[in-house]
Write a protein that binds this ligand. Sequence first.
Ligand SMILES: Nc1ncnc2c1ncn2[C@@H]1O[C@H](COP(=O)(O)OP(=O)(O)OP(=O)(O)O)[C@@H](O)[C@H]1O
Ligand SMILES: [Mg+2]
Length: 313
Amino acid sequence: MPADTTNRTPRFAKGRPPDDGGDGVITEDSALASRVSGALPDGEAEIELRGVSKRFSARKRETLALTDIELGIRKQEFVTLLGQSGCGKTTMLRILAGLTQPSAGEVTIGGRPLWRGDHRDDEALRKLGLVFQDANLFPWYTVEENIALPLLLRKVDKAERRRRAHELGELVGLQGFEKALPRELSGGMRQRVAIARALSYNPEILLMDEPFGALDAITRDKMNLELQRIAEATKATVVFVTHAIGEAVFLADRVVLLSARPGRIRSITQVDAPRPRSLEVTTEPGFQENVLELRRQLTEDEERLGRNGGVSE
Ligand SMILES: Nc1ncnc2c1ncn2[C@@H]1O[C@H](COP(=O)(O)OP(=O)(O)OP(=O)(O)O)[C@@H](O)[C@H]1O
Ligand SMILES: [Mg+2]
């Protein structure tokens, strides 16, 4: 298994440069065709994608959404997946969540293969909590009932459901709103309910697909600060999809940048700033360097495709 290919410097590290094809010359073609391995040394990864590709066939159209993804994620690591629209971020997260079966390659969670043939391993799935862009709450259930819904499905008794909903409501800053209905909440509060719901059965791994994409900038900053605290308190491993570069760097231990279709790992950036991070970190030169370098790589891809890929600061 290849060694960890990320760079490490004391605080912020630069994005990993593209492979040079062995001849030391980085041409635009070799840079764009480069593929970085994010595999970790044996035994280090809690989550592993090995040689993962996904091809969709729909109405005579074939789309190679992801190709040859090699990525290991450590226990309690916070990894952000960054890339322009359509590069395969959601596909990769759905593959990790067991919702989409890869066309090739293997996914393991806690050392267990997620798929055996066409059968998903339910034991591995139990470790996962999912949060999507849309909170997807049940409008006729209260905050408390929405948070505890996965526990109801797992036949946990009422007293324990209430206790847990209360505890999680506090963790995500919703105390006092336990009896409110989703329509009485702001967008940010609804996303907090979705996060609390995903945490209700103590998942070891939290998979989040642009959970704050629909929020205004100030609420989003606040949610990012809260999410750091929640990840720390729950000791969860987090995989977080975003197309906002600043958000990706702020939250991450490692930023995995996907190239435009077909999605490959374009670079991996180690972010070593200590936690918890305050928003002041975003003004540090190291942070800005990371953002600029990632933007440069994304722009290169956009130019290749001749379009704006919908990536924001
Ligand atoms: N179920 C599907 N059937 C056919 N093609 C699909 C399916 N899901 C995704 N794709 C295709 O795979 C590619 C990657 O899609 P994906 O949703 O993973 O992108 P994304 O990076 O999450 O984009 P965005 O930032 O817009 O959410 C796209 O070209 C998309 O059209
Ligand atoms: Mg998506």
